[in-house]
Design a binder for this molecule. Structure first.
Ligand SMILES: [Zn+2]
Length: 506
C-alpha cells in the first residue's frame, strides 16, 4: 500500500488558542483525509512544543513546574482538535520520554559525525521567539524581525551545529528539487537566505534547564528548535512498522517558520545521514481586518466559541474555501455567515433536501433503474465525472480551495438540473415515469459523489449525506469516479436539514 506522511508544526502551548491554530491543522487534516480516501496508508502527526526559557519563566511566575503549567494547555489543544474533527494518528509532546531519547540520539549521532562542537556564543536573543538574530536581521527599531519585541545580548558557553558546512549541499538540493519548498515565493526567499551566508547554529543553553539535556554534558539543555523539529521522526525511528513513513511527504508549516524547516532541519538530517522530507509547504497567515491575530492586538478569534456557534464543518469549509493555501487569508465573521447561508444551507442543503423529498414523494423513497435518458441527462452525468476527475487533480496538487470550488460548481449545476428538468411536472404525467426516474436517479448519484468529494473537508456533513442516502459511510475516491453505483430499488432515507440558515441581525 502507498504511504503518506503529513505533519503540522508542533504548537507552542499558548493559553490563548485562536483560529490560526485551527487553520493549519484543518488543512493538514483535509489532506490526510483525502489521501486516506485515495487509498493511501496515512500517518498524520501533530503535537506540542513544550520546552524553553519562556515556558519556564511563565510557569515560575505562576508558581508551577513547567509541566504543571503546560499540561492543561495541551489538553485544551487535544480537545480543540476533537471538536474540529482532526484525524491525527499521533500527538507528540516534546516533554515525553520517547522524544527526549530520540533527540539525544540524534544529537549524539551528529556529534559523532563531527558536526557539533563546543564554543562561546554571544548573540541577540528574542526570548518569546526563542531565536537568535544577527544585527543585520533586526527590524528598523533594532528589535526581533518576527515579533518586533526587544532582543537581549546573551553570552554563554555553548554547543554549535556546523550549519555553514551544509550551505552548498542545501542549495544544490533545493535547486534539484523544485517541489522541496512551496510556494515558489518562499523557495526564492530561502535560496537568497542561504546565499547571504549561513552561520553555525548555537544549539545549547546553560541559562535555564527546562529542556532536553545534552548527552554527556547535562549543564546544557538542547536549543528548542533543534529539539522541536526532531519530533517528526520521533514516532518512526525505532518502530519497524512506522519506518516506511519516512521521509515525510509534507511538513505543513506557517510561513514564519519556513526557515527552520527548510534550512536547519534538512541540514540536521544530512548531518545525521537521514533522508530529507519531500516537501515543506509554507502556508500563509490567517488575518482579520486588523492584521495578524495576536493577543496584544485584541483581535483573536476564539475557535472553541466559533465551533459551538456554527459547528466545525462550517468553519472548516470556510477556511478551506476562502483561503488559497500559501497566501494570507482573511477571517471575517460576516463572510463566514454568508458562506454558511449561501453555499451550505442553500446550495448543498437544498440539493439534498429537494432530491430526497422528491424521491420520497414521487417514488416512495425507492430509486428506479435509469436509462440513458436525454442529452441533458447525459451531459449532467459527464459533468459529475469531470468534477471528480478535476477534484482528484487539484487535491493531488494540494490546491484545496480550488478543489472545494469545483465541487460547489457542480452542486450549482445539480440544482440547475432540477430547475431544467422540473421533476414535479414530470410526476404529473403518467407517460414521463421513466424520465422522472432518470432525473431522480441522477440526482441521488450526484449526491453520493458529492458526499465522497466533500468528506475530507466536512467529515460530519459527508456522514449525514451518506446516512440520508443510506449508503456506506466508508467512502472511497474511486467510487466517486463511477456514475451508477446506486442500485435500482435502493431505498433512500428521509431528508433532514444539514445547515440551518443563520439570521443576520442588523
Ligand atoms: Zn521575537
Amino acid at each position: 500500500m502507498k504511504t503518506f506522511y503529513i505533519t503540522t508544526p508542533i504548537y507552542y502551548p499558548s493559553a490563548n488558542l485562536h483560529i490560526g491554530h485551527a487553520y493549519c491543522t484543518t488543512i493538514a487534516d483535509a489532506i490526510a483525509r483525502y489521501k486516506r480516501l485515495a487509498g493511501y496508508e496515512v500517518f498524520f502527526l501533530t503535537g506540542s512544543d513544550e520546552h524553553g526559557q519562556k515556558i519556564q519563566r511563565t510557569a515560575q511566575a505562576e508558581n508551577k513546574t513547567p509541566l504543571e503549567y503546560v499540561d492543561p494547555i495541551v489538553e485544551n489543544f487535544k480537545e480543540l482538535w476533537k471538536k474540529f474533527y482532526i484525524s491525527n494518528d499521533d500527538f507528540i509532546r516534546t516533554s515525553e520520554p520517547r522524544h527526549e531519547k530520540v533527540v539525544q540520539e540524534i544529537f549524539k549521532r551528529i556529534q559523532d559525525n563531527g558536526d557539533i562542537y563546543k564554543g562561546e556564543y554571544t548573540g541577540l536573543y528574542c526570548t518569546p521567539c526563542e531565536s537568535y538574530w544577527t544585527e543585520l536581521q533586526l527590524d528598523e527599531n533594532g528589535c526581533c524581525p518576527d515579533c518586533h519585541r526587544p532582543v537581549e545580548k546573551v553570552s554563554e558557553e555553548a554547543y554549535f551545529f556546523k550549519l555553514s558546512k551544509y550551505a552548498d549541499k542545501l542549495l544544490q538540493h533545493i535547486e534539484e528539487h523544485p517541489e522541496f519548498i512551496v510556494p515558489t515565493s518562499r523557495r526564492n526567499e530561502m535560496i537568497n537566505f542561504i546565499k547571504s551566508g549561513l552561520e553555525d547554529l548555537c544549539i545549547s543553553r546553560t541559562s535555564f534547564d527546562w529542556g532536553i539535556p545534552v548527552p554527556g554534558d547535562e549543564r546544557h539543555v538542547i536549543y528548542v528548535w533543534f529539539d522541536a523539529v526532531i519530533n517528526y521522526i520521533t514516532p518512526l525511528i525505532h518502530n519497524p512498522d512506522m519506518k516506511k513513513f519516512w521521509p515525510a511527504d509534507i511538513h505543513l508549516v506557517g510561513k514564519e517558520i519556513v526557515r527552520f524547516h527548510t534550512i536547519i532541519w534538512p541540514a540536521m538530517l544530512m548531518a545525521a545521514n537521514l533522508p530529507l522530507p519531500k516537501q515543506i509547504y509554507g502556508h500563509g497567515w490567517l488575518v482579520t481586518d486588523s492584521g495578524k491575530m495576536s493577543k496584544s492586538k485584541g483581535n483573536v478569534v476564539d475557535p472553541v466559541a466559533l465551533v459551538e456557534e456554527f459547528g466545525a464543518d462550517a468553519i472548516r469549509y470556510f477556511l478551506l474555501r476562502e483561503i488559497t493555501l500559501g497566501l494570507d487569508g482573511n477571517f471575517n465573521r460576516d463572510a463566514l455567515i454568508q458562506r454558511i447561508n449561501s453555499d451550505l444551507a442553500n446550495d448543498l442543503g437544498n440539493l439534498l433536501h429537494r432530491t430526497l423529498n422528491m424521491i420520497g414523494k414521487f417514488q416512495k423513497k425507492i430509486l428506479i433503474a435509469s436509462t440513458e435518458g436525454t442529452d441533458l441527462d447525459k451531459s449532467f452525468r459527464l459533468e459529475a465525472l469531470d468534477t471528480a476527475a478535476e477534484y482528484r487533480r487539484l487535491m493531488d496538487n494540494v490546491q484545496l480551495s480550488d478543489a472545494v470550488k469545483v465541487v460547489w460548481k457542480f452542486i450549482g449545476r445539480a440544482n440547475k438540473y432540477i430547475d431544467e428538468t422540473t421533476p414535479w411536472k414530470l410526476a404529473k404525467d403518467e407517460t414521463k415515469r421513466q424520465e422522472l426516474a432518470n432525473v431522480l436517479y441522477n440526482l441521488a448519484e450526484s449526491l453520493r459523489i458529492v458526499g465522497i468529494l466533500i468528506s475530507p473537508f466536512m467529515p460530519a456533513t459527508a456522514e449525514k449525506i451518506f446516512e440520508q442516502l443510506k449508503v456506506s459511510s466508508e467512502p472511497k475516491l474511486d467510487d466517486a469516479e463511477v456514475f451508477g453505483l446506486l442500485e435500482a430499488n435502493h431505498e433512500v432515507g428521509k431528508p433532514e436539514q444539514l445547515f440551518p440558515r443563520i439570521l443576520i441581525e442588523d
